[in-house]
Design a binder for this molecule. Structure first.
Ligand code: HEC
Ligand code: HEC
Ligand code: HEC
Ligand code: HEC
Length: 411
């Protein structure tokens, strides 16, 4: 290799441009790599000499933790082999400035010159990246997503509320296609005793907030169906009496308001019992006291038959994104399967799973600051964090392509 040949980190897909571009500067411009004269981007234009000197820095200052090849194998220590050069450089500057706390890592870079940082970044980014950690990841059971977790917890409810929340027992409400807001409010009302039912209180008192939200999501997303029980009255007669209800419960019993329950397909006997409870005040609700108080028992039965005959509609609740769907979003910045094609943006492929989990949690809690990553991790729950960490740890890592160019012409 010629002494002062230049190594340029190149976006693989742009390789076709090569024939038409003579100088590094023109190439850098075409690839939108940034200004070769800016300190942050100097590393992109490192020479073979720089890389060799970077290796010497690595031997004394980094290898004890990261290994001389950048794949250290120690818990908590990230792989840095093949990591994108500008990102490595910028990260080390963040540690040096104390931006990530006074850790062993911060101490290691504290007294390094800018030049040494540039060279050691060039060195590690030119190493062969780690192998995917498939076996380590397979060892732990995958956490189920929110809907699957909700289904598992709801197994305890199916005996009364029916499988998937379609009631088959007179007097038991259907929970299918219930809006998650109303569902959650109802559970919390039982918990606090504001809605009086000792049995339901006992059944839900141990549920955590996350479990409740998962069960709510599960029932909201099942295919809607009417309760499978006989009607308590006459549906045709009930239709006329329902005129005063549509304003709140919607045309055809499908409510447009997430805190007002839909009535379409609701179990008939439960409906009657609920109206009785509103009327005698044992279920206290200022909104329903009026409508329920003015109706006789026969009319209520007819209303229950009418609403039971209507087809329920799916709740307006978005199905949460899967790990694979999230990863597609992440890949927009981190590259296909976490193989970043931008020297500023970190690669994630084959990174240690424990490191990825910890870092994602740190962004979510705001302990590690990044505008982009704060937004991206805001909506991730623990299961998604684990799922995404496992996903990227399993990906095959590809370093960026190198290109050896002649030095730019002297000015
Ligand atoms: C005492 C052990 C130790 C030494 C020595 C050390 N590091 Fe680290 N390094 C770590 C640990 C642990 C982390 C993760 C810390 C965290 O989560 O903030 C880390 C993180 C990093 C990161 C951030 C990785 C990423 O993907 O964001 C880079 C870059 C890095 N080290 C490079 C170096 C270089 C280059 C050297 C030598 C100049 C070095 N480290 C020396 C332990 C060390
Ligand atoms: C032993 C039978 C039984 C079991 C098991 C049971 N429920 Fe219930 N559930 C009822 C009855 C009866 C009511 C109606 C109580 C009332 O009148 O307020 C009810 C009411 C509800 C309501 C309010 C429905 C509405 O339309 O307002 C929700 C929500 C609910 N249950 C959720 C659950 C969940 C979640 C579980 C499992 C953790 C569960 N239930 C287990 C019998 C049961
Ligand atoms: C002003 C708005 C409003 C009107 C009008 C109204 N409702 Fe309601 N209804 C509500 C709200 C809000 C709730 C939920 C109250 C609660 O949390 O207990 C409810 C609850 C119910 C329930 C209990 C559902 C369940 O799953 O537990 C039944 C049954 C019901 N209404 C029937 C009717 C009927 C029949 C009429 C017409 C005669 C009617 N409502 C008129 C707002 C209304
Ligand atoms: C809009 C662009 C963008 C998107 C989308 C994005 N990221 Fe990032 N990500 C960044 C940037 C910029 C950084 C570097 C931030 C820093 O310096 O801490 C980063 C850093 C990271 C890191 C730390 C890497 C390391 O080696 O320490 C991880 C892990 C990560 N992102 C995972 C993800 C995941 C998982 C997603 C999808 C849920 C995602 N990112 C989506 C821009 C993005």
């Amino acid at each position: 290799m010629k002494q002062n040949a230049r190594i340029v980190f190149l976006k693989g897909l742009m390789a076709g441009l090569l024939g038409t571009l003579a100088t590094t500067a023109a190439l850098a411009q075409a690839l939108n790599l940034g200004n070769a004269n800016s300190a942050d981007f100097k590393v992109v234009y490192a020479t073979a000499q720089d890389v060799a000197e970077g290796k010497r820095v690595a031997q004394t200052a980094c290898a004890s933790c990261h290994g001389i090849n950048g794949v250290g194998g120690q818990k908590g220590v990230p792989n840095i082999a093949g990591q994108r050069p500008v990102y490595l450089h910028l990260e080390m500057k963040v540690y040096q400035a104390g931006g990530r706390g006074a850790t062993g890592m911060a101490n290691a870079v504290k007294y390094l010159s800018d030049d040494a940082i540039m060279k050691v970044a060039a060195y590690y980014s030119s190493r062969e990246p780690a192998e995917p950690s498939g076996t380590a990841v397979k060892a732990g059971p995958a956490k189920p997503d929110a809907v699957a977790a909700g289904k598992a917890t709801a197994a305890a409810c199916g005996g009364c509320h029916g499988e998937a929340g379609v009631s088959k027992l007179a007097g038991m409400p259907s929970l299918i296609s219930m809006d998650t807001k109303y569902f959650t409010a109802a559970i919390n009302a039982y918990k606090t005793g504001q809605r009086k039912n000792d049995m339901m209180k006992a059944l839900v008192s141990e549920l955590t907030e996350v479990e409740i939200s998962n069960i709510a999501l599960y029932y909201a997303l099942q295919k809607p169906d009417k309760a499978q029980t006989p009607p308590a009255g006459n549906a045709a007669a009930g239709k006329t009496a329902a005129a005063g209800c549509v304003g709140c419960h919607g045309e055809n019993g499908v409510s447009g308001n997430p805190t007002t329950p839909s009535l379409a397909g609701q179990e008939s006997q439960y409906f009657v019992a609920a109206m009785r409870a509103y009327k005698d005040g044992s279920r206290s609700d200022a909104t329903m006291k009026g409508p329920a108080g003015s109706l006789d028992e026969a009319t209520v039965k007819n209303l229950s038959a009418y609403y039971a005959s209507l087809a329920p509609q799916a709740a307006k609740v978005a199905k949460p994104m899967t790990v694979a769907e999230w990863a597609e979003r992440c890949d927009r910045c981190h590259g296909v399967n976490g193989n970043s094609a931008d020297p500023r943006s970190p690669a994630l492929a084959a990174q240690r799973v424990d490191y990825l989990e910890r870092v994602l949690a740190a962004y979510k809690k705001g302990e590690r600051k990044s505008k982009e990553m704060a937004v991206m991790t805001e909506a991730l729950d623990d299961a998604l964090v684990d799922g995404l960490a496992a996903h990227y740890a399993r990906q095959k890592a590809r370093g960026m392509t190198y290109l050896i160019l002649p030095p730019p012409p002297a000015k």
